[in-house]
Design a protein around this ligand. Structure first.
Ligand code: MV4
Length: 509
């Protein structure tokens, strides 16, 4: 087993990886940029190395500096986390060339799945269902020909794509030429590759993905699905396991699991990976793409399967065999994860970094919090403002939903804006509670709740009320009325309670 592992990442995922390493008795090396000198991942690591200025292009994306740090600290292996260099085939190859184990799949698998057309060809060869489309780049004329035979609407996609960049919906022949030009130039700018391919558009699909785990001896299992349909501009917001749809039709897990394993095997895949599927209104599923990394939302799979995916990744990278067979994987209960961001959901989700002046975290039964913040820390503006992932486990989905609402009520972050209140509104939404999820959920949520109002800053209001009370010396200031008249789904009783709670919090300061 490795003695020391360098984590080529920052934030909550660096902290998450270090926690498993520590349990395994493996020393950890952090890398950090200027902006991260005081960050939690640096404080938690056994050793740390500065790798450059704040922009990630000059620090977390510098292969040479990361490898220098690994050599200097005598690391045996590198865990890339997600984002940054995690799906960079050149980085995986450079690690191996430097005699360091890359904790992930081979450079070959990463490269193959990085090309969306090569990934489609692999899936087709493996017999996995794919959306009708082309498995090679197309010219504008070929795209027009495809649409003529298959019909509109179609979706133009970047061959080097992912995350929705270089993607254009086309509903009619007249829109095709400009859509093609825009998609190609956006793809060129984002990926330095202007190649476009085309698929039939699936309307209001669900996004359901299968977690895979394979060792370097040819064994591979699936760990079930995650439902990731609740997203905004290709950024996932809420994830769950099991998918409420698959829970109703359990055969889907078997079929999608088998299709995912077949596609990954055809790519010679090992370590942790995820196959994404689109599911249409008739519950047909289609291979979309494969992510060759540990994913942000892996905790919901861990909570329901009882496995530690990071530990398994490290063991597999060190050459171990998978310690269980497919028949031994079981799924128990229900898990939901909310991505807690420093952002303002009521102002177009604008990032809202800054200094944390108050931090009360949810605790108690069934709660897991993967975070990277502490009170007094300033959330840097250079990176994704993810503060923490709040995940809950309970026996059933309705109980997990109620537990998440309880946890969100306990969560109190001061000094910056967060999306915590927004999550409370989504989890109370009947469509969510009935599991009627699809990729346009948040857009439709905003139309259903015409211009939702931000919940009031209760702590500030309580302080104001306390001041007024003191000045006037009259005992009837705190009654809750008026304040929550604008807030959605809140009873008067609950608002009075929230007032009292916030007031008590202020008195304890
Ligand atoms: C699609 C699609 C509908 N039809 N392909 C979005 C990002 C990229 N990974 C693929 N994406 C989609 N591909 C066809 N043929 C709808 C999406 C899509 C989507 C997919 C997964 C999660 C969220 C999404 C949000 C909007 C569109």
């Amino acid at each position: 087993m490795f003695r020391k592992v360098l984590i080529a990442n920052r934030g909550e995922i660096a902290v998450r990886v270090m926690r498993s390493l520590r349990e395994m008795g493996i020393a950890s090396v952090a890398v950090y940029s200027d902006a991260d000198r005081t960050s939690l991942h640096v404080r938690m690591a056994d050793e740390a190395e500065h790798v450059g200025p704040s922009p990630s292009a000059e620090s977390y994306l510098r292969i040479d500096r990361i490898l220098d740090a690994a050599r200097k600290h005598n690391a045996d292996a590198i865990h890339p986390g997600y984002g940054f260099l995690s799906e960079n085939a050149d980085f995986a190859a450079a690690c191996e060339d430097a005699g360091l184990v890359f904790i992930g799949p081979s450079a070959h698998s990463i490269r193959m799945m990085g090309s969306k057309t090569a990934a489609r060809q692999t899936a087709i060869a493996a017999g996995a269902p794919v959306v009708p489309g082309t498995d090679h780049p197309v010219t504008f004329e070929e795209a027009r020909e495809f649409a003529r035979t298959e019909g509109y609407p179609i979706l133009l996609k970047a061959v080097a794509g992912g995350g929705g960049k270089g993607m254009r919906r086309v509903d009619a022949p007249g829109e095709l030429e400009s859509a093609y030009r825009n998609a190609a130039s956006e793809a060129e700018r984002a990926f330095r590759n202007a190649e476009i391919y085309v698929e039939k558009l699936i309307e209001r699909p669900r996004h359901i993905e299968i977690q895979l785990l394979g060792d370097r001896h040819g064994n591979m299992v699936h760990l079930g699905e995650r439902e990731c349909s609740i997203q905004r501009r290709h950024q996932k917001v809420i994830e769950e396991c099991p998918s409420p749809l698959v829970a109703l039709y359990p055969d889907m897990r078997v079929a999608m699991g088998e299709a995912a394993i077949r596609a990954a095997r055809a790519a010679g895949y090992y370590n942790a990976g995820t196959v994404e599927f689109l599911v249409d209104q008739e519950r047909r599923f289609y291979f979309l793409e494969m992510n060759t990394r540990l994913q942000v939302e892996h905790p919901v799979t861990e909570l329901v399967t009882g496995l530690d995916l990071v530990r398994l990744q490290v063991e597999i990278a060190a050459g171990a065999r998978l310690p269980f067979a497919q028949e031994e994987v079981s799924w128990r209960g229900s898990s939901i994860e909310c991505r807690i961001y420093a952002e303002d959901p009521y102002n177009d989700f604008l990032p809202y970094p800054g200094k944390l002046t108050r931090l009360d975290r949810p605790l108690g039964p069934g709660i897991r919090l993967d975070g990277c913040v502490y009170n007094g820390w300033t959330v840097p503006m250079e990176y994704d403002p993810l503060l923490a992932k709040l995940a809950v486990w309970a026996a059933t989905r309705p109980e997990a939903t109620d537990r998440m609402l309880r946890a969100l009520r306990e969560y109190d972050v001061g000094g910056i804006r967060t999306n915590i209140g927004f999550f409370r509104q989504i989890l109370e939404d009947p469509e969510f509670r009935e599991g009627r999820l699809h990729t346009a959920f948040i857009e439709e949520f905003f139309t259903r709740h015409k211009a939702p109002q931000p919940p009031p800053d209760l702590a500030a209001l309580a302080a104001l009320a306390a001041a007024m009370y003191t000045i006037s010396n009259a005992g009837s200031a705190v009654n809750g009325s008026g304040i929550n008249g604008s807030s959605v789904n809140n009873s008067r009783q609950e608002s009075a309670n929230a007032w009292r709670e916030a007031g008590r919090g202020e008195m304890l300061r």
